[in-house]
Design a protein. Structure first.
Length: 374
């Protein structure tokens, strides 16, 4: 880490600790530096109270700022280039100021009401129960050998299952780097292949992965409750791997609310059942893991994404300039799904963010912590 809360040492307080670089404040304006390499150690003191050193803070600040910005933008560009390469068949987007977008920006009341009706139809028709679609599909587990530079999300996208299904069935962690030639077990439907361990009971396993016991017996065509033994493999249909850390995250880096939940007068006098977040043509991330129920043009919402998280919660991300997901994709929490913009009934780049519970909008700040106001 480059900068962190000052830590006391025997001679002063650390102000920079990054790799083999250490800077310690000895007294106000006086610093000790220590730079280590394999061959030598460079160290000394700088007293900024002396006239010849007074230009150094500005120089160091400029250099460090330039370095940090280059790292941030390089990381962002790299992430976006991976998405461009990995995601094919992304829905065609409407660009700002083309005929369709201009029509949306001049929308009348009927146009906006039609947009809302379409949104509600999409929310209602979202496939909330994967089992209902997969029950009649006979289980098939494919053993797949990883090719050079392939990612877990890329493979999951190709096989139309979640990364979690593959990771859980293959006994690997979600964030592990794949190796060429590594064998993965890929089920043809949502869920995971689980090998029973010593001391496991079906009730305990089913509860942990949020699966109904009767569905496990039905899926595995077993009638005797005593047939499960240590080492036996079973398929857990629709299994959900428990989330670690915060379940929800803020979908943009700024965290800043520019227009909050409640009645507002611009661009219309109405109750705003969402948050507008500061996001100037920058990455938008999934607020929680889930399945993309919609990705494409949605009238007044412009280029929009809807994610279904579970049987209760869904989120909507609107006015995007670019989309990186398509309907049916599984995404993890914090996965980049789009780039913010100003498409649709919009008059300045930002992210319109909605949180829906049981088909009704709720204030995201009640569930997601850490927002700030401009």
């Amino acid at each position: 880490m480059l900068l962190r809360s000052p830590e006391k040492s025997t001679i002063g307080k650390h102000v920079i600790r990054w790799g083999n670089v250490n800077v310690i404040q000895l007294s106000p304006g006086k610093y000790f530096y220590n730079l280590q390499s394999q061959a030598s150690v460079l160290h000394g003191t700088i007293d900024l109270n002396k006239k010849r050193y007074r230009v150094l803070p500005l120089l160091l600040l400029s250099l460090s700022s330039a370095f940090l910005l280059s790292v941030i933008f390089d990381k962002q560009s790299y992430e976006e280039s991976l998405l461009e390469k990995e995601f094919t068949n992304i829905p065609e987007e409407v660009e700002e100021n083309d005929s369709k977008d201009k029509e949306a920006k001049l929308a009348d009341e009927k146009y906006l009401l039609d947009t809302e009706a379409r949104k509600m139809a999409i929310l209602r028709s979202a496939d909330l129960d994967e089992l209902s679609k997969d029950k009649n599909k006979k289980l098939k587990v494919t053993q797949y050998k990883v090719k050079k530079n392939e990612t877990l999300s890329e493979i999951a996208r190709r096989f139309k299952v979640s990364s979690e299904s593959i990771a859980g069935s293959s006994g690997i962690q979600l964030d592990v780097a794949l190796l060429p030639g590594q064998t993965l077990n890929i089920p043809n439907k949502q869920g995971l292949v689980y090998r029973l361990k010593k001391g496991d009971t079906l009730a305990k396993v089913a509860d942990y992965y949020k699966v109904k016991i009767e569905d496990v017996y039905s899926e595995n065509q077993l009638e005797d409750y005593d047939l499960f033994k240590s080492g036996q493999k079973v398929f857990l249909p629709g299994a959900i791997i428990p989330e670690t850390g915060p379940v929800w995250r803020i979908p943009v880096a700024s965290r800043v609310i520019t227009s909050g939940w409640g009645t507002r007068s611009y661009p219309q006098y109405k109750f705003h059942m969402a948050l507008d977040l500061r996001a100037n043509y920058e990455p938008v991330y999934a607020a929680r893991k889930g399945k993309v129920s919609f990705a494409g043009w949605m009238g007044g919402y412009g280029n929009a994404v809807i994610i279904t998280h579970d049987e209760q919660y869904q989120t909507l991300y609107a006015h995007n300039s670019k989309l990186y997901v398509k309907q049916g994709d599984y995404v993890g929490s914090g996965k980049m799904i789009s780039k913010s913009g100003c498409t649709g009934y919009c008059f300045g780049p930002h992210l319109h963010f909605e949180l829906i519970k049981d088909g009704k909008n709720i204030n995201p700040t009640k569930l997601i912590k850490g927002f700030t106001y401009k």
